[in-house]
Design a protein around this ligand. Structure first.
Ligand code: DGL
Length: 255
């Protein structure tokens, strides 16, 4: 039985990498819906259909121990229904807005929450803001361009920096204490983002929290055993060998 990490594309690899570091001896399966990426600019109904088809595809071939929806967008539209449909554990992700607000509380600074346009307009995100003590200190920014760059294998460079500069331009970043990366694809751009924001700003994502939750649900302890090659099967909705190689090499390039 495998622990499955699912995303529209390469973003969820960053979450699986964190899981592999803590649990190098588990068996993993990474599934990317490369046929339909990007999710963030589709409708909620379309994304729900994509996710359901992919999970059917996985279940037709593998026994699943748990599925980690390593995608904030898919989580926001599908996680509640998926949990009703399947008996194995389904772990989702959410933008780390709550911990970010806690971190900036003392300074009185603001939080900039970035995600895909679909995540930002979903009820789940509104409910998340509604539970916060000071939601008015959170501003949002959709960065769908970063998903395209990541899928093209462009993780830094002049085009990426130009795009980010343009997107950040309307914000006076000196007033912000943290930026939340509410899309797993954005994690690839952490270094580029860090260089474009004031030094006092923290860059926060939900990866560590998701892996912690996965370990809690599956009752797994961090293992210290050295395994040089984690056992990972790569799958994609396109199903080509080239696609699988792309995922594998992207995973290997992660720091
Ligand atoms: N990686 C995704 C997320 O965390 C989705 C990106 C996309 O397909 O638009 O939201």
């Amino acid at each position: 039985m495998r622990i499955v990490f699912f995303d529209s594309g390469v973003g969820g690899l960053t979450v699986m990498r964190d899981a592999c570091r803590k649990l190098p001896s588990e068996s993993y399966l990474y599934y990317a819906d490369t046929l339909n990426v990007p999710y963030g600019t589709h409708s909620k109904e379309e994304v729900y259909g994509f996710v359901a088809d992919c999970i059917d595809d996985i279940l037709s071939r593998y026994e699943v121990r748990a599925i980690i929806i390593a995608c904030n967008t898919a989580t926001s539209v599908a996680v509640d229904d998926l949990r009703k449909r399947y008996s194995f554990p389904i772990i989702g992700m959410e933008p780390a807005v709550k911990p970010a607000l806690q971190v900036v509380r003392e300074s009185g600074r603001r939080v900039l929450a970035t995600a895909t346009p679909l995540t930002l307009k979903e009820d789940k995100f509104r409910r998340l803001l509604g539970k916060l003590e000071e939601p008015s200190r959170v501003d949002t920014l959709g960065l769908p361009g970063l998903v395209r760059f990541a899928e093209d294998g462009t993780f830094d460079g002049p085009e990426v920096r130009e795009y980010l500069r343009e997107q950040f331009a309307p914000f006076d970043l000196e007033r912000y204490g943290a930026i939340v990366l509410g899309c797993t694809h954005f994690v690839f751009f952490k270094d580029a983002i860090r260089e474009l924001i004031p030094v006092h700003m923290l860059v926060m994502d939900g990866n560590a929290g998701t892996v912690k939750q996965m370990m809690r649900v599956l009752e797994l302890e961090e293992s210290s055993g050295q395994v040089s090659e984690p056992d990972i099967v790569y799958m994609s909705s396109l199903g080509t060998e080239e696609d699988k190689r792309k995922l594998e090499s992207c995973f290997r390039r992660l720091p």
